[in-house]
Design a protein around this ligand. Structure first.
Ligand code: SF4
Length: 280
């Protein structure tokens, strides 16, 4: 007899081929639980698309109630952080904890997640959290890396075949905001990339003024030393990307690949520290 597997699903495109692949060895039930999605209409849209896919492909599916307050409560102080930062670990954890708890209560032997098919997710981090959650709830976790062997490409192809709705942002309110900012960056005359050792509120404020003078909507500040939460908040509110300097080369590649004009500018030329006092 096959073992019963509960498979956490984040969206229909990422579930387009994985359940049937796992079905070869397990009895699979899909579990759509994503309290991170903002706004609620978007959650309903993604859940409905998953219901449609399940019906078309004959997947077993459970959709527990939407609980955005659970995500909001645990990430309230992290909403200004960039994508792939600490907020995302908590986001994975909230979703995997619910999956493990449901698996335990409903007699499943193990659980897994399709999150690892996305090139935007850190596989090791997802699997590490999956294992920790498994220990806590006493249910086995099946580690995965579904993007291997062209897994992501397969999900794109299947999504096209079944005309699945594919969202253009990860899910939470912050990711929606960053997506809009990124689109702004793509349509500007040029994208300013500004590396600096230590970035403070004064740099964010004067960079905002500099952007305004140049008629630009957004730009990128890169730091070597982790700024305070207040600086992240300031950058978020001013629609400025604030990222670790290790992202600099990656960002350059992205914009070059998209044929966007970029300019690497020294921090001192966009920031006038003399006219602001650093309150931190
Ligand atoms: S960016 Fe994506 S993974 Fe990270 S917190 Fe937001 S929804 Fe979750």
């Amino acid at each position: 007899m096959k073992k019963k597997l509960l498979l956490h699903i984040c969206c229909a495109p990422d579930a387009s081929w994985i359940p049937e692949k796992l079905e070869q060895n397990y009895e699979v039930t899909c579990f759509f639980y994503n309290p991170n999605i903002y706004p609620e209409e978007e959650h309903e849209k993604r859940a409905d698309e998953m219901r449609r896919l399940a019906e078309t492909k004959g997947y077993r599916l459970a959709v527990p109630p939407f609980e955005p307050e659970k995500f909001d409560r645990r990430t309230a102080t992290l909403r200004h952080q960039p994508e792939k930062a600490g907020r995302c670990s908590i986001c994975y954890r909230i979703r995997l904890e619910k999956t493990a708890a449901y698996a335990k209560e409903n007699g499943f032997d193990l659980f897994a997640t399709v999150l690892t098919v996305s090139p935007h997710k850190r596989v090791e981090r997802v699997n590490r959290i999956g294992k920790a959650v498994a220990e806590k709830y006493g249910v086995e976790y099946l580690p995965s890396d579904f993007k291997k062997d062209d897994g992501f490409k397969k999900s794109v192809e299947e999504s096209k075949k079944y005309k699945l709705y594919r969202q253009d942002y990860c899910g939470c309110e912050s990711s929606l905001r960053y997506r809009k900012m990124f689109k702004d960056a793509e349509t500007q005359a040029f994208v300013p990339l500004v590396p600096g050792k230590k970035v403070g509120i004064y740099d964010v404020q004067s960079f905002r003024r500099w952007l305004k003078r140049k008629g630009l909507k957004t730009g990128f500040l890169f730091f070597e030393t982790q700024p305070t939460a207040a600086v992240f908040k300031e950058a978020y509110e001013e629609s400025i990307f604030l990222e670790p300097v290790k992202n600099l080369e990656w960002r350059k590649k992205i914009f070059t690949k998209k044929d966007r004009k970029i300019k690497e500018i020294p921090l001192h030329s966009v920031s006038n520290r003399d006219i602001f006092s650093d309150p931190f």
